[in-house]
Design a binder for this molecule. Structure first.
Ligand SMILES: NC(=O)c1ccc[n+]([C@@H]2O[C@H](COP(=O)([O-])OP(=O)(O)OC[C@H]3O[C@@H](n4cnc5c(N)ncnc54)[C@H](O)[C@@H]3O)[C@@H](O)[C@H]2O)c1
Length: 255
């Protein structure tokens, strides 16, 4: 378990869910891990569990991003791996979409990835050792869904951001890829289930049961099933892979 020995990783939204599983997997593979999150208390729990460092970081706050990145570079040395995992979900039919929610989801899901990358890349370039950046898209970015216009479109945008930055940073051997999870059993899905109950008039828990049942591999993803491919993409095993969005969804989407 040494695929990330000697590397330093910054994981946004690392306090819980998929982000926490990535922090655990990276630490297991020998990386020093900075757990960045809005929720500093939970980030500290994760950091303590894995022997990492907690960083308070709202990825919509550009000053906090810069300060957080500088803190990690100070405490752990240069950043080799950035995982732009922080994300938020909401659902609303067209007539209920608000400008505020539009901005919030775009600021976190798209802006968060762009501006955290902007803060981390100068250090990667200066050290001249390349780097690996992993963004979080979704199966929702592959295909639209009714009443999920904002979230789906943010996740489609992440695929494009990944392609553009991969090409821009390729001369520096900084690889940029994305993961597109399907349905993963995390705290986010409790909120998703409640919104489907509201907008599709379902029983609580019903949507979650159904989405799991229809995954070709037969179950909702577990956070560790998303984290392991993130280890691969961050490691030298993926040294010739960039600009890709990898579906990690039990077979839900094919391309
Ligand atoms: N769970 C799924 O089924 C699923 C499917 C596809 C894609 N995804 C994506 O995977 C990523 C992780 O999802 P999850 O299910 O673990 O979510 P989650 O809600 O369980 O955890 C998200 C974490 O991000 C943090 N966060 C939220 N806004 C932030 C901000 N502005 N700055 C910093 N941190 C912030 C939260 O505090 C939390 O710790 C997200 O980008 C999500 O869109 C999830």
């Amino acid at each position: 378990m040494t695929r990330l020995n000697g590397r330093t990783a910054l994981v946004t939204g690392g306090a819980r869910g998929i982000g926490r599983a990535i922090c655990e997997a990276y630490a297991r593979e020998g990386a020093q891990v900075a757990v960045a999150d809005l929720d500093l208390t939970k980030a500290r729990d994760t950091a303590t569990a894995i022997g990492g460092v907690a960083v308070e970081m709202d990825v919509t706050d550009h000053d906090q991003i810069k300060t957080g990145v500088a803190q990690v570079e100070d405490e752990l040395g240069g950043i080799d791996i950035l995982v732009n995992n922080a994300g938020v979900f909401n659902m609303a039919p067209l007539d209920e979409i608000t400008a505020q929610d539009y901005r919030r989801q775009y600021d976190v899901n798209v802006g968060g990835a762009i501006f955290t990358t902007q803060a981390v890349v100068p250090g990667m370039k200066a050290r001249g050792k390349g780097g690996a950046i992993i963004n979080f898209s979704s199966q929702a970015g592959r295909r639209g869904e009714p009443n999920i216009t904002i979230y789906c479109s943010t996740k489609a945008a992440v695929i494009s951001v990944t392609q553009c930055l991969a090409l821009e940073l390729a001369p520096h051997n900084i690889r940029v890829n994305a993961i597109a999870p399907g349905v993963v059993d995390t705290p986010m899905w409790d909120q998703v289930d409640a919104l489907f109950a509201k907008y599709e008039n379902r029983e609580p828990g019903e949507k979650k049961r159904l989405v799991g049942k229809y995954v070709p591999l037969g179950h909702m993803g577990r956070p560790d099933e998303i984290a392991d491919p993130c280890v691969f993409l961050a490691s030298d095993d993926a040294r010739y892979i960039t600009a890709q969005t990898l579906n990690v969804d039990g077979g839900n989407w094919m391309n």
